[in-house]
Design a protein around this ligand. Structure first.
Ligand SMILES: Cc1cc2nc3c(=O)[nH]c(=O)nc-3n(C[C@H](O)[C@H](O)[C@H](O)COP(=O)(O)O)c2cc1C
Length: 329
């Protein structure tokens, strides 16, 4: 009989009842049942992305589809955006609670009003933010854990531009609740580094985007493999709503126009969600804006989720027990 593979146990794995200290964070158009179930089956924690579903009823169906594929824990990401026409957040929230999901990743604005409903319903909340100041506020509001995105991340890195190497230890020194390091993590070395910095786990977006099960055209995954850490663009800087996305003709044009003083209305058509979605569906990386992080420079394959998670954990254990332990004299 072979011994079970060693695991990495942290406050995060204990609190959320998962095998590995690894999260697949919310990803618009990508966080769907097939990917999330594969992540759950691998022993990591996956999140469906609520707003990828056009209505709260569709979210309920997606939760049921995920349950058909796995009996392991998974969660739902609720991204709270400052928009003129907000989606019906309270209805999405109710759909999550009534479907029996017990783990939520909130992101964007402070989740105070949602916490008031999630907590009494027994839902554990991980709030994803980009600064120590917001993490402390979320902790004071009573979230169970925070996930902190450093400057390297795909999507919204905030406006402070503090990379993970400083942001994560600043956060873990200041907070009492478990901290998940996010942004720039794609392999075992990143996971070990995050643990060394005081984090209880890592959250990965770009790395899970480039797996077999991600519902994204293969050409986009091949583009991530081919790309380097230089091939991202920060759009919306002048609007103080910065987003890290793939560098292409569209993102470069958005930067050019806004730097020249254009208003949002003058880039609206370029950044339309429907164009971004078509990138994933049709496989043309130049069709619109799509999120990707600097860690694409560390990605050189398209593994299954299970192969990826097992490899990261096994290599992390080897790294800690091997090279790091043997450095002690
Ligand atoms: C394609 C894609 C879409 C994303 N969409 C969302 C989203 O809708 N809500 C959210 O909270 N984060 C979103 N993110 C951010 C991830 O959840 C995660 O915080 C980020 O990718 C971490 O950085 P990394 O890509 O370097 O791992 C997205 C990331 C990617 C790659």
């Amino acid at each position: 009989m072979t011994a079970p593979a060693p695991r990495l146990r942290t406050r995060f794995t204990e609190l959320f009842g998962v095998e590995h200290p690894v999260i697949q964070g919310g990803m618009q158009w990508v966080g769907r049942a097939g990917l999330v179930a594969a992540v759950a089956e691998s022993g990591a924690l996956g999140f469906l992305t609520a707003l990828t579903q056009p209505t709260p009823e569709d979210l309920v169906k997606e939760i049921l589809r995920t349950r058909d594929l796995t009996d392991q824990p998974f969660g739902v990401n609720l991204t709270i955006l400052p928009t003129i026409n907000p989606p019906p957040y309270a209805e999405y929230r109710q759909a999550i609670i009534e479907s029996g999901v017990r783990i939520v990743e909130t992101a964007g604005s402070m989740p105070a009003e949602h916490l008031e409903v999630f907590r009494p319903a027994g839902v554990k909340v991980i709030h994803k933010c980009t600064s120590v100041r917001h993490a402390l506020k979320a902790e004071a509001l009573g979230v169970d854990a925070v996930s902190i995105d450093g400057f390297e991340c795909a999507g919204h890195p905030g406006e402070d531009d503090i990379p993970g190497l400083v942001l994560i230890p600043r956060a873990t020194r200041a907070l009492s609740i478990p901290v998940v390091a996010s942004g720039g993590f794609a392999d075992a070395r990143g996971l070990v580094a995050a643990l060394a910095l005081g984090a209880d786990g890592v959250n990965m977006g770009t790395r899970f985007l480039c797996t077999e099960e991600a519902p994204v055209h293969r050409r986009i995954k091949e583009q991530i493999v081919a790309a380097t850490e230089h091939d991202t663009e920060l759009i919306f800087r002048p609007l103080r709503n910065t987003a890290r996305v793939a560098r292409n003709a569209v993102s470069q044009e958005v930067v050019r126009r806004l730097d020249a003083g254009a208003e949002f209305a003058e880039v609206r058509e370029l950044v339309a969600g429907v164009r971004g979605r078509s990138v994933y569906e049709n496989g043309d990386p130049e069709a619109g804006i799509w999120s990707v992080g600097m860690c694409q420079g560390l990605i050189d394959d398209i593994p299954t989720v299970d192969a990826l998670v097992s490899r990261i954990v096994a290599e992390a254990v080897d790294l800690i027990a091997g090279r790091l332990a043997s450095a002690i004299s």
